[in-house]
Ligand binder design. Structure first.
Ligand code: COD
Ligand code: ZN
Ligand code: ZN
Length: 366
């Protein structure tokens, strides 16, 4: 039996529309989740812009920052049961490949979402006879989603799903870059370039790790102000002064870590230039360009490191990040700039494009 539901469907360059979609019941090893809330992440916007620029498998339902409640489980599912509260992990891991057995789940070679989202080999959603893709493996802008078991993580029931949904991507990506990828040392000095939803989480990850100075770099004064709430101690407006020289000055010449959270070649270079000898520049942003680095700097043992999804082990990291939020050590409410019913999804993306919000959260029940 299939479930009928309302969903926000992207069919191409035109605006997203709300339509009736059919969802399969959970198969062996799968979980049907009622979506309580879904955050609007920058990667969804990237997908929309790709749809404007060229071919993209459509129709597709975007949305991958989901907090929800298990409605039904398929045969063989053991880690969750109906009624459990879950955060969806958009990139499930197989547990068995080269990377998984070495604890690098974020690099899993068989994440069970490429087939669902890109090639549509095994579609779980359809409109009439037409398959509908689960964008970024989830399709969270809908009343329900069906995920493999390792793509849902049980969380405590006293945590508000409409807030902790952001742990499904933005919080984990940013905080994880600081505490998992870089393993920021207590007492060290950190710079974060770009203070969107992800950069703000790098700031609070660095604070959690016990950094001394956390230097926020952005071109918008309002973003710099928000960064103060999340723990930034010093502020550099890169449109008014040279960010490399100013950050080095604030750090007394020895900046330990720099994080790039925008996705531009020029700011990756700034991050690399501003760290001390032996320091680490971490690239969190998705960089579609080539990056030029002065090779001689490697003699100074500078490190340039990538970070994907906060180098997270989701079944471990998601519940502990939720605990830190419930203990008041992580701010998530402050990231939610706006809540909207599903029908306002296009407006939510317009807000993101205008830089007007840290995060919007959609409520598919409305
Ligand atoms: N110098 C300083 N700041 C700048 C500059 C500049 N030249 N240009 C723009 N900025 C600022 C903007 O003012 C803004 O505050 C910020 O950079 C960017 O923020 P947003 O809100 O546009 O973007 P986010 O935080 O939602 O960002 C996401 C990334 C853009 C980093 C995106 O690349 C991403 O999601 N990366 C994470 C990769 C990952 O692991 N993803 C997991 C799946 S989503
Ligand atoms: Zn995301
Ligand atoms: Zn794997």
């Amino acid at each position: 039996m299939a479930t009928d539901m309302r969903a926000a469907v992207l069919r191409g360059p035109e605006p997203i529309t709300i339509e009736q979609v059919n969802l399969d019941q959970p198969d062996a090893g799968e979980v049907l989740v009622r979506v309580v809330a879904c955050g609007v992440c920058h990667s969804d916007l990237h997908t929309i812009n790709r749809a404007k620029g060229g071919p993209l498998p459509v129709p597709v339902i975007l949305g991958h920052e989901v907090g929800g409640i298990v409605e039904e489980v398929g045969p063989g599912v053991v880690s969750v049961k109906p009624g459990d509260h879950v955060v969806v992990a958009f990139r499930p891991n197989c547990g068995l490949c080269y990377y998984c057995i070495r604890g690098m789940h974020q690099l899993c070679e068989r994440p069970d979402n490429t087939a669902r989202s890109a090639t549509g080999e095994r579609p779980r959603l359809r409109m009439g006879e037409q398959p509908v893709q689960q964008g970024i493996g989830v399709a969270g802008y809908a009343e329900y989603t069906v995920m493999p078991e390792r793509g849902v993580v049980k969380v405590r029931e006293d945590a508000p799903l409409e807030t902790i949904c952001l742990v499904g991507c933005g919080v984990t990506t940013g905080v994880g870059a600081a505490i998992n990828t870089a393993k920021v040392q207590a007492g060290s000095d950190v710079a974060v370039i770009g203070l969107g939803g992800v950069g703000l989480n790098v700031v609070q990850g660095a604070k959690l790790a016990g950094a001394r100075k956390i230097i926020a770099v952005d071109i918008s004064d309002s973003k710099l102000e928000t960064a103060a709430t999340f723990g930034a101690t010093d502020f550099v407006n890169a449109s008014q002064e040279d960010p490399v020289a100013r950050v080095q000055e604030i750090a007394g010449g020895y900046l330990d870590y720099a994080f790039e959270a925008i996705g531009l070649g020029a700011t990756v270079r700034q991050a690399f230039d501003m760290v001390r000898a032996g320091g680490m520049a971490v690239v969190v942003g998705v960089v579609a360009q080539e990056v030029t680095i002065p090779g001689i700097a490697f003699l100074r043992e500078k490190q340039l490191v990538g970070s994907f999804f906060g180098s997270a082990q989701l079944q471990y990291d998601i519940p502990r990040l939720v605990d830190l939020y419930m203990d008041g050590k992580l701010l998530i409410d402050e990231l939610v700039s706006k809540r909207r019913p599903l029908g306002e999804i296009n407006e939510a993306f317009a807000d993101m494009e205008a830089g007007a919000v840290a995060r919007s959260v959609m409520d598919p029940s409305k």
